[in-house]
Design a protein around this ligand. Structure first.
Ligand code: ZN
Length: 152
C-alpha cells in the first residue's frame, strides 16, 4: 500500500486546505479516533508523523474559527462556513505542532489507514505536551491562498 505524495486534505467547502508530505519510510497512516469530549461529538480521527511536513492554505481567514477548551493547549481550526475541522495545532516552546483529520483527506485509500482508538483522559499536562512534541507534525506552515487573477 503506498501513501500518496503529497497527501491532500480540505474542509468540505475548501476554505481550509493542506498538503502533507509524508515520510517515505512510513507505509501506513495511523488514524487515531480521539476520545476527548470534542472529538467524540465531531467524530474526530487524527493522524500525524513527526517527520511529515504540513502546508496549510487558508482561503478566507475570517471563516476559520479557532476553538480551545480544557487545558487550552490545543486549538481546533473549525471552518465556520462548512463546519469541518481539518487541523488541530498546539504551540509548544514557541513551535507549532499539528495533527490533521483523516476524514478530510482527498486522495488516500482508506485501506492505508491504520485505525486505533485513543483516550488521553487523565494525562497530565507535561506528558500531554511531551507526547505531542514526539508524535505531532513539527514542520507546519500556514499561508493564504493566492488570489485567482481571473476573478478580479
Ligand atoms: Zn469549509
Amino acid at each position: 500500500m503506498s501513501v500518496p505524495q503529497p497527501i491532500r486534505g480540505q474542509c468540505h467547502c475548501g476554505n481550509i486546505a493542506f498538503e502533507l508530505d509524508w515520510p517515505d519510510d512510513s507505509p501506513e497512516i495511523p488514524a487515531r479516533a480521539c476520545g476527548c469530549s470534542f472529538c467524540v461529538k465531531h467524530g474526530g480521527v487524527w493522524t500525524s508523523n513527526p517527520k511529515a511536513r504540513l502546508a496549510v492554505t487558508i482561503g478566507d481567514r475570517a471563516l476559520v474559527s479557532p476553538y480551545a477548551f480544557g487545558t487550552r493547549t490545543a486549538t481546533f481550526h473549525v471552518c465556520s462556513r462548512c463546519g469541518a475541522v481539518p487541523i488541530v495545532t498546539s504551540e509548544i516552546d514557541g513551535r507549532i505542532y499539528a495533527v490533521v483529520n483523516v476524514n478530510v483527506l482527498e486522495n488516500v485509500d482508506p485501506a492505508s489507514l491504520r485505525r486505533a482508538s485513543m483516550d488521553f483522559e487523565g494525562e497530565d499536562l507535561e506528558s500531554r505536551l511531551g507526547r505531542r512534541k514526539r508524535n505531532w507534525i513539527a514542520a507546519v506552515r500556514f499561508g493564504a491562498r493566492a488570489a485567482d487573477p481571473s476573478c478580479a
